[in-house]
Ligand binder design. Structure first.
Ligand code: 5GP
Length: 194
């Protein structure tokens, strides 16, 4: 049974079926890439960025055909509203060292670019053997506040200038459970940012 669209959401932007279809394609591209990169006995380290990418990571990892491990990293930058503060903080670091490992960061959305910039800098000081980014959603380029961090190897969908929820993405902690991506109405945005 599909979950009805909450009143705070204007419309479904990306359906559950489209998300799953795209993730299947991404998983096969990622598997194909790392089949050539990983040596015998090696595994890809998936680093999902919490909280927004937990659903994406769960679905993507189940579709990978290469050996992989999962090590979460929790960040904060939105403080429950709908606009980035620009200040990215680590709330929970990875459990294991990524030194000499092949690391794939899984992120829900690139918007201002602050988070990607922070992650690229953070991981480059930790000497992974390789570092790549896979992002479910990309907001239009004109929303970037920092340049030079569009180094995303795999992208799920390009979206317009909208604030979206669902499939892991929230507004004030709500709507992460929706199996689809929906656009928040302006009334809801105003209500939550008051
Ligand atoms: P950035 O640092 O690129 O501005 O944004 C990264 C983070 O901001 C994402 O991981 C996500 O948590 C949050 N974010 C950016 N745009 C949206 C959006 O449209 N909806 C939601 N729910 N979160 C967003």
């Amino acid at each position: 049974m599909s979950i009805p669209l909450p009143a705070d959401c204007g419309s479904i932007l990306i359906s559950e079926e489209s998300i799953q279809e795209r993730i299947t394609t991404l998983a096969s591209q990622i598997s194909e890439h790392y089949e050539k990169v990983l040596k015998d006995g090696e595994a890809l380290v998936l680093v999902p960025i919490l909280t927004g990418s937990y659903m994406f990571a769960a679905d993507l990892s189940r579709k990978l055909t290469i050996p992989n491990t999962v090590d979460f990293l929790a960040l904060s930058s939105y403080r429950g509203g709908t606009r980035s503060t620009g200040e990215v903080k680590i709330l929970m670091d990875t459990r294991d060292s990524v030194w000499d490992k092949h690391v794939l960061i899984l992120e829900d959305i690139v918007d201002s670019g602050y988070t990607l910039q922070f992650l690229a800098r953070h991981f480059s000081t930790r000497n992974p053997r390789s570092l790549e980014f896979c992002v479910l959603l990309t907001a239009p380029k004109q929303k970037r506040k920092v340049e030079g961090y569009d180094n995303v190897k795999w992208t799920g969908f390009h979206i317009g200038e909208k604030f979206v929820v669902g499939y892991g993405l929230d507004c004030a902690g709500l709507y992460r459970h929706l199996p689809y991506i929906a656009e928040l109405t302006q009334t809801a945005i105003d209500k939550f940012t008051k």
